[in-house]
Design a protein around this ligand. Sequence first.
Ligand code: KIV
Length: 263
Amino acid sequence: MGKVTISTLDKMKAAGEKFVCITAYDATFARLVSEAGAETILVGDSLGMVLQGHDSTIQVTVDDMAYHTECVCRAAPDSLVIADMPFMSYTTPEQTMVNATALMQAGAQMIKMEGGTWLSESISMLVERGLPVCAHLGLTPQSVNQFGGFKVQGRTPKEAKSILADAVEIQDAGASLLVLECIPAHLAADISSKLDIPVIGIGAGAGTDAQVLVMHDLLGLSSHSARFVQNFMEGQDTIQGALKAFVDAVKSGDYPREEHTYS
Ligand code: KIV
């Protein structure tokens, strides 16, 4: 398919073609994700939970992210690799610039930050200097202590209005992509149709332009299981088969189904 860029994803959104993102943290799995046909790889700070064994992503550092981003980028030269900015590494525009630069120099093509309107200034600053940004709204795991747990967001009219307003502002600030996590399917579909930029969902229903899952969840390796997770190892003999089954299911519209969505 050649090197995937943000233009590839923009064209896929315009054509109504779904694309796929899977997390990876090392070279071997990055290669498998790329070979399975996922257009994008997220070096997520979920590595704090699935690799390091923490109960949240709070402990992950910029050095951790840069290390794993380098490992992934070496093995997946054709994928668009997005690297997470970890907890408290983007509290001011200046700090954001320094830490985002470290992840781009580790090989990422885009960085991801969790949060709404307060990020606008940092997003504009990075984008004006040629550093593309993916934003992340809804259940933003770095705010787990603020939320009092990993809880579905956007269920009240006030919360839903605020997530939609944040999404529009983030797009206006120059973000290229948006991740929506654990929000009602109707809200995610509404935001995806209102925005020009591609929207990637996780626990956000079938109405987004793309889907992402944490690799360990889709391989059935995680100790917990959220409603939106499907174990794609079921019916497969190999990890390669499971990754391909996820990619195919997203592209054909077979995942996520009603049973995976929140209302
Ligand atoms: O860190 C991560 O893996 C993520 C996904 C859950 C979207 O942010």
